[in-house]
Design a protein around this ligand. Structure first.
Ligand SMILES: [Zn+2]
Length: 240
């Protein structure tokens, strides 16, 4: 039989390739989730901007209401000023003058309110412009991140396919019987078919191994398996 130690060294190298392939596969699977998160982040930033805009909208509609009220007061003044020329009784004349005075006083209050609102709106516009710049910057940053992640998915898939090809050709150097055992075990053991002896324990399941088994795994005269996890045991370090 060919040198078992050499075969197990090859198998150990193959397992390292398999581990790297699994890691890359996981990364590729994680990326779409990360992209989704970025998209969510972008939509949150937009919602936040919408909320900031709400104050500006509220002030504007308040200003519109005040302007409608102002023109109503102006109509009252115009109407009663017209009436003044036609009234016959002194009492009605006085009432008309009072109405005009009252409307003028109201008008003056409303005008002050409108001026204050215009000032507040101007301030909001400045704040909103700053937020708009922040939004645009975040939008650019997030979209760049998304673009980079999408392009790295492509690159990673290409890398994965190269790694798989390399793995396939490398595995042809390994004894077919041992390779098929390894494949079978790794299917059931979280992707690891081979366990390296680590001190007095199994590197796969961390359980203590019987000294006799360590001895056999070190001698490499036959295939030995961990009593606990059933992986192929290999003592890479100690050559006898
Ligand atoms: Zn084990």
């Amino acid at each position: 039989m060919e040198n078992l130690r050499e075969t197990l060294m090859l198998l150990s190298d193959l397992q390292e390739k398999d581990i790297k392939i699994e890691e890359l596969k996981n990364k590729i699977e994680e990326l779409p989730k990360a992209i989704e998160q970025k998209k969510q982040e972008l939509s949150n930033v937009k919602i936040e901007f919408g909320n900031k805009k709400a104050e500006y909208v509220r002030l504007n509609s308040l200003k519109n209401e005040k302007e409608t009220l102002l023109s109503a007061k102006e109509s009252i003044i115009v109407k009663h000023t017209g009436d003044l020329n036609n009234v016959k009784s002194n009492d009605v004349y006085k009432t008309c003058l009072l109405e005009i005075e009252k409307a003028k006083a109201d008008k003056s209050v409303i005008e002050d309110e409108i001026l204050q609102l215009m000032e507040d709106i101007d301030k909001e516009v400045v704040i909103l412009k700053q937020h708009e710049i922040t939004l645009k910057n975040s939008e650019v940053d997030i979209n760049n991140d998304i673009k980079n992640m999408e392009s790295s998915i492509g690159k990673m898939k290409e890398e994965l396919s190269n790694m798989k090809n390399d793995r396939e050709s490398f595995s042809k150097n390994i004894n077919a019987n041992i390779l098929s055992q390894y494949e079978r075990i790794r299917e059931n053991r979280k992707g690891l078919g081979l366990s390296l002896v680590d001190g007095d324990s199994c590197g796969g399941c961390n359980m203590v191994i019987r000294p006799q088994l360590i001895n056999q795994a070190t001698k490499c005269q036959e295939l030995v398996y961990c009593d606990n996890c059933s992986r192929i045991l290999f003592n890479k370090k100690d050559v006898i």
